[in-house]
Ligand binder design. Structure first.
Ligand code: CUA
Length: 330
């Protein structure tokens, strides 16, 4: 194969792989919307795609005609070129662009209306590289945004360090989290489910491991979740778990984390009050289970290099007790 054919074959294979990846059902896509915000965005996207495709097709046809004619005939008068320039450069944009403008403005206005209709606010704070999620009434969690289905929920977005961007493709477009500034957006899910979200603004070495999930539940289940999330951690029911709590408070863990209901009140790392109820460790980096948690505590740098969680050297009894204690915090 010649070099050129090789390059073409590779480009073709890469394009095909990207198309398959983009169309596969396993990845969340803004073109498979599952909520009102994303519905509107997808509708606008398809409209723009078809309009652009039509304009592109007309241009390609005209270009082909011009190229073929030029070979056969000599250049003709200026009149027809001028008509084409005015037609293609002025009349067609004057017809198409106002329609696009009006549709875009209408989508934005509908989005603002829906945001105003929200009855609940959730505060989301961006950190390198995880998400702090705060509810009225004192519930604080990390890397999971719980919402009730069928109604808009307003999110106020802040950042404590650098720019991040919150994106849940199936539910809503992205909005930036900017230090020193509060942005507002809203999320709404039609049906109960778990929707993957991702930081969409490059924010350093672990940007790719700054994921989260939106957990949408029917209103009564959501209310039960919120009720539990507002409570402080349960008192350890036995001596082993109490030893775990004391080991947590005696070791450096206490310097960064909060467990509500204990003396651990630091806010550098995620609030661990209901840690065991969360699905992942390290903002979607690894599943939350005892084995992964042990590895994470001993050396989080292995799973998430550059993370602000330092390696810990705990004695074996302390580590086991802390593991059991944390995995009991539901
Ligand atoms: Cu945070 Cu990218």
């Amino acid at each position: 194969m010649t070099d050129r054919r090789h390059v073409l074959a590779t480009a073709g294979a890469v394009t095909a792989a990207l198309l398959v990846a983009a169309c596969s059902d396993s990845s969340p896509s803004a073109l498979r919307p599952k909520g009102r915000g994303a519905d509107r965005i997808a509708g606008l996207w398809w409209f723009l795609l078809w309009v652009s495709a039509a304009v592109f097709a007309v241009v390609v046809v005209l270009l082909a005609v011009a190229l073929l004619r030029r070979r056969r005939t000599k250049p003709e008068g200026e009149g027809r070129s001028l008509a084409l320039v005015i037609g293609g450069g002025v009349v067609v944009p004057a017809l198409v662009l106002p329609v696009v403008f009006v549709l875009t403005a209408r989508t934005m206005a509908e989005s603002s209306d829906r945001q105003r209709a929200a009855r609940m606010d959730v505060e989301v704070v961006g950190h390198r590289w995880w998400w702090e999620v705060r509810y009225a009434g004192g519930a604080v969690t990390a890397n999971e945004i719980h919402i009730p289905t069928g109604e808009p929920v307003r999110l106020t977005l802040r950042s404590v360090d650098i720019n991040h961007s919150l994106w849940v493709p199936e539910l809503q477009g992205k909005t930036d989290l900017v230090p020193g500034y509060t942005n507002v957006m809203w999320l709404e899910a039609r049906a109960a489910g778990v929707y993957r979200g991702q930081c969409a603004e490059f924010c350093g070495v672990q940007h790719a491991h700054m994921a989260f999930v939106v957990v949408a539940d029917p209103p009564d289940r959501f209310a039960a979740w919120l009720d539990n999330a507002r409570r402080p951690a349960a008192s350890p029911p036995d001596a082993h778990l109490l030893a775990g709590q004391l080991a947590f408070l005696r070791n450096p863990c206490v310097g960064c984390h909060t467990i509500r209901g204990t003396d651990a009140t630091a806010t550098i790392g995620p609030d661990l009050t209901h840690f065991a109820s969360r699905s992942s460790i390290g903002a979607g980096t690894i599943p939350n289970n005892a084995g992964n948690l042990a590895g994470w505590i001993e050396n989080a740098q292995e799973a998430k290099p550059g993370s602000l969680m330092p390696p810990m050297s705990l004695d074996a009894a302390d580590l086991q007790a802390i593991l059991d204690y944390l995995e009991s915090l539901r």
